[in-house]
Design a protein. Structure first.
Length: 270
């Protein structure tokens, strides 16, 4: 066990305040102090690269960043030899479109590092994709999918989105991993089988020569389960979903709007 920690932080509902944008100066300062003590802070998010890079820069991080719930691990701005980018066969996008009514999907989107294509704008919020308005360019066309996406984002009207996640996994004969996020919204993210925030963090631990006991993780949602289970100590936020709580070592008494991650790190490491 090392005295230096790898600290994995989810973004939405965890590090970011509820507006999905704000990080307090207090949190930024605590993170800086933690890094000065020799600990690594790593973003581990379901967000695509393009929607996390500004946060990464605002935090002045130089560590790897995990996106698409583990499908992509990079060091922004560097040609890092240990970078990982996993992809879903594009044929699955069209298979899902055929099942759109059966799965009660409002839309599905093929997600890449810096772009996305969505098959319907009607019930989709542009803010979910980090933009103000959809453009014709974003409309999915078969000829645009000339590469395999890192992830597929879905919005469902199914009352139990976790049940649907299991159903999609079964439908594709366990070719994919499906996780839920977005709070009360019916958001599901589909990534290659075996991919999770935990799989990406195992990669980083191995590179660092660290053990899982050196990993501290913070999350609030279904897509953080594997990460919290892997960590030596997995913390669920005060505002965490009931689904996650069963897998957390501890639930902290502060929410994302109360700087819960930073307050915990300050008491643990400073």
């Amino acid at each position: 066990m090392s005295n230096k920690k790898l600290i994995a932080i989810d973004l939405d509902g965890t590090t970011l305040q509820s507006d999905g944008v704000t990080i307090s100066d207090y949190t930024k300062n605590i993170f800086q102090s933690v890094r000065k003590e020799g600990h690594q802070i790593v973003i581990a998010t379901g967000r695509p690269y393009r929607m996390a890079i500004q946060i990464y820069n605002d935090l002045n991080l130089e560590t790897p960043m995990i996106n698409f719930n583990g499908a992509m691990t990079t060091v922004p701005g560097k040609n890092w030899e240990h970078a990982v980018s996993k992809h879903i066969n594009r044929s699955l996008v069209f298979d899902l479109i055929k099942k759109q009514q059966a799965f009660k999907l409002d839309f599905l989107a093929a997600e890449f590092r810096r772009k996305f294509f969505i098959n319907s704008f009607e019930h989709a919020s542009p803010s979910l994709f980090g933009i103000s308005n959809f453009e014709p360019y974003h409309q999915m066309r078969m000829e645009k999918l000339d590469d395999d996406p890192n992830a597929i984002l879905l919005q469902t009207r199914f009352t139990d989105k976790l049940q649907l996640a299991n159903h999609i996994d079964d439908y594709f004969s366990s070719q994919v991993s499906v996780s839920a996020w977005g709070g009360q919204n019916g958001i599901l993210e589909v990534v290659p089988k075996g991919v999770s925030k935990a799989s990406a963090l195992k990669h980083l631990l191995k590179l660092n020569g660290q053990d899982t006991s050196d990993l501290i993780a913070f999350g609030d949602e279904h897509n953080d389960i594997e990460m919290l289970k892997l960590a030596g100590t997995g913390y669920a936020m005060k505002n965490a979903s009931d689904t996650l709580l069963a897998h957390a070592d501890k639930q902290i008494v502060y929410s994302n709007d109360e700087d819960g991650v930073a307050r915990t790190l300050e008491s643990l490491l400073l």
